[in-house]
Design a protein around this ligand. Structure first.
Ligand code: ATP
Length: 275
């Protein structure tokens, strides 16, 4: 039987499965060309083994990775622009909420903690594959990274037009929110939330997804990069009371045009590689 060797990066604990299979451990150095990508994969495997990420979430990550290849695994100018606009929406909202699923928690808890500490925005755990146990594990994981305000669906209400368990939202969180920031969202819910009149902000490496085309602002970027950039912008405008500047930023944004700019980034990268 062929058993792949385990690849480990610093700080990752995903050793259970590979230990069970008797697989040899290989420590990957920071100089490895795929170090960042392997680190993210290991975070997801850790998340899977801790009951945070679903098996389906591992597959969804693969789709994201493929698009990140096309983007050159870096933040594009238009993605950074969309990030600033998303941040402007969050900072000017009456009731902003950050909706977190298993993949986002496994990959970006540290970055979420930093962003929430700067902005005081609460987090709600919202899952496609929902169970009380999994919600608790994710909430505990986020808290262990210092996310202070995590709603776990204590006071649940079901939203219309969503077939999955993602319809179950907290009355004090997503239900009440005027601006919902939902990285790695699914198309049905993005559509349902916009139909309810909410501003929907998302992060999705796939600019063709239903989520990307339905949301108010789509950041076509990898979620940990996007979260760091959000914190960067939030710090930049912290203490300024320039509501007009943030409103102007929001008004100047066109999601369709921004998505088209992402198509062009991918197209140009492929063209340059083909020359
Ligand atoms: P939709 O229902 O919106 O058409 P989908 O069926 O692809 O999209 P999911 O299966 O829920 O939706 O996948 C989530 C999305 O998250 C995928 O489009 C994928 O490109 C994206 N994605 C996965 N990993 C990351 C990541 N680390 N950063 C940003 N986006 C990611």
């Amino acid at each position: 039987m062929f058993v792949p060797e385990g690849l480990y990066t610093k700080g990752c604990e995903a050793r259970y499965q590979t230990k069970r299979l008797g697989v040899k451990h290989i420590m990957v150095s920071e100089g490895h060309p795929r170090y960042k990508s392997l680190t993210l994969r290991n975070k997801l495997v850790d998340g899977y083994e801790k009951g945070i990420t679903s098996a389906h979430g591992l597959i969804a990550h693969g789709r994201g990775e493929a698009f990140d290849y096309l983007l050159g695994e870096q933040t594009s100018e238009n993605a950074l622009g969309a990030t600033n606009v998303a941040c402007a929406y969050l900072l000017t909202a009456h009731h902003p909420i950050l909706s977190v699923n298993g993949n986002t928690a496994a990959l970006a808890s540290e970055e979420i903690a930093e962003f929430c500490a700067i902005t005081d925005i609460p987090v709600e755990v919202n899952l496609f594959h929902r169970s009380a146990e999994r919600v608790k594990r994710i909430a505990d994981h986020l808290r262990s990274y210092g996310v202070a305000n995590v709603l776990t669906g204590f006071d649940i209400i079901k939203l219309d037009h969503i077939a999955s368990d993602r319809a179950k939202v907290d009355k004090q969180g997503i239900f009440k929110a005027d601006v919902v920031f939902a990285p790695l969202e699914d198309g049905d819910r993005a559509q349902a939330l916009t139909q309810l009149g909410k501003v929907v902000l998302t992060v999705d490496l796939n600019p063709l997804s239903r989520t990307a085309v339905t949301s108010t602002v789509t950041i076509v970027d990898e979620v940990t990069r996007a979260m760091k950039n959000l914190s960067g912008f939030a710090k930049h405008v912290e203490g300024q009371s320039d509501q007009d500047g943030l409103d102007t930023l929001k008004a100047s944004f066109n999601n369709v045009q921004n998505l088209k700019a992402s198509y062009v980034v991918m197209q140009e990268r492929l063209r340059s590689l083909a020359l």
